[in-house]
Design a protein around this ligand. Structure first.
Ligand code: RNT
Ligand code: ZN
Length: 418
């Protein structure tokens, strides 16, 4: 088997070399990219603050596949399993509700110590950590407004929560020697047409400025803000729209988070990247897949995913872009969801790294659009799969769909007994 994979790789290497592409160099680059896996795929965005409380904020995990993680220990075990089936070294993206405490701690009082087990685990396993305030699934978010609430006291609670989260992010970054991206997403919006679109946005602007008032060392914490077009129950107006956060991120030099599922269905984030990167220092991606009303299906190897990764490579943005995932599917094995989605993100990255960039640019500049089209189409048929298999082999993870056997075994031995 190993021999076969290596032979196929050598043949593929020759095909790519004929176009001037160095496959070894592409694999080296790929191994340096860390994707941030989102903890919330493992338990349908439940968390450990009050897991029985339903998910709110206009997002929803549908399905009831058995075996979801119910404790932090189980969630970490599931993550360990997933990481063991994904080539490379990757990060974990935590949400504030994944804290571990023996008594209930109000969200505006959470501290780094409530995430001590996560930090120890991250240190042991060489995972960087990222973080998110949880501004949903909470009584003070029940009317659909948080940082943009008309009531100053409600805003204040969420401001304090976000400040606490930045401090936790900075603590992670300091302890792990790698900055945490702390990303703010809020659900605020109206189901039906509002009459005042301005006041909530003024409130949000003011709340964000208060949250970010204290400068933190970017070596420890990086702040990101995430826009959205609409959610369930906020179909007519979302306070934190793309224009709102694009303006905010540029004005305050924050990271902008582009979630692939947060735009009109014919709009893709791929085309936005080169514009955004002219004005903001760094970018956070929530790689996701929108399907009709849902913005969070498991990432598959679509044209859109390829276009996103092509932009990162062609624009030479990899060192200014943080790649996170954001999907939650409760209808399939949740560990498999992580593995399939992350492997697809990496596969799309590899395809992009295997492009003959220089040659493509030359054709374009020479105005030879016929050859440009021919080459782009030809690339789709090159033996990319053999290079990917070689990467999995090099990184000591299962090659091809063999990872599914391990998930089946894990499901039987561990998940089925929960
Ligand atoms: C919601 C946003 C947000 C969440 C997570 C759980 O539409 O995409 O990123 O998915 O914070
Ligand atoms: Zn998102």
């Amino acid at each position: 088997m190993t021999n076969q994979i290596e032979k196929a790789y050598e043949l593929a290497q020759e095909r790519y070399a004929a176009l001037g592409v160095d496959t070894d160099a592409a694999l080296k680059k790929l191994s340096d990219i860390s994707i941030s896996l989102h903890c919330w795929q493992g338990d349908d965005v439940g968390g450990f603050e009050e897991p029985e409380r339903g998910l709110s904020g206009g997002i929803m995990a549908t399905g009831n596949y058995p075996g979801k993680a119910r404790t932090a220990v189980q969630l970490r075990a599931d993550l360990d399993k997933a990481y063991s089936l994904i080539p490379g070294t990757h990060r974990l993206n935590l949400h504030a509700i994944y804290l571990e405490t023996d008594h209930k701690v109000p969200r505006n009082e959470i501290e780094p110590k409530h995430f001590a087990n996560w930090l120890d685990w991250a240190k042991e396993n060489n995972h960087g950590l990222d973080f998110n305030p949880t501004c949903f699934s909470h009584p003070l978010a029940d009317d659909g407004f948080t940082l943009a609430h008309a009531d100053a006291a409600v805003r204040q609670f969420w401001i304090e929560h976000c400040i606490a989260c930045r401090e936790i992010g900075a603590y992670f970054g300091r302890e792990l020697g790698s900055p945490a991206v702390t990303n703010i997403w809020i659900p605020d919006g109206y189901k039906d047409t509002p009459v005042d679109r301005v006041a909530p946005r003024q409130h949000l602007l003011d709340s964000l400025d208060q949250i970010f008032a204290q400068g933190l060392d970017p070596a420890h914490n990086l702040d990101a803000v995430e826009c959205k077009l609409f959610g369930l129950g906020s179909e007519s107006y979302v306070v934190g729209s793309h224009e709102f956060y694009m303006g905010y991120a540029i004005a305050r030099q924050k990271l902008l988070c582009l979630d692939a599922g947060h735009f009109h269905p014919t709009e893709t984030i791929a085309d936005k990247i080169s514009s955004v990167m002219l004005y903001v220092p760094e970018l956070l991606l929530h790689v996701s897949r929108g399907v009709r009303w849902d913005s969070d299906h498991v990432v598959t190897l679509t044209d859109e995913l390829q276009a996103i990764m092509q932009e990162l490579v062609r624009g030479d943005y990899l060192n200014r872009v943080h790649i996170g995932l954001d999907f939650f599917d409760a209808s399939i094995n949740r560990v498999a969801a992580w593995v399939i989605g992350t492997r697809n993100a990496l596969r799309a990255l590899l395809m992009a790294l295997l492009e003959p960039g220089e040659k493509m640019r030359q054709l374009e500049l020479a105005g030879d659009f016929t050859a440009r089209l021919a080459l782009l189409e030809e690339l789709k048929g090159l033996p990319f799969g053999a290079v990917w298999d070689q990467f999995c082999l090099q990184q000591s993870v299962p090659v091809g769909i063999a990872y599914l056997d391990e998930i089946h075994a894990y499901e039987k031995q561990v998940m089925a007994h929960r």
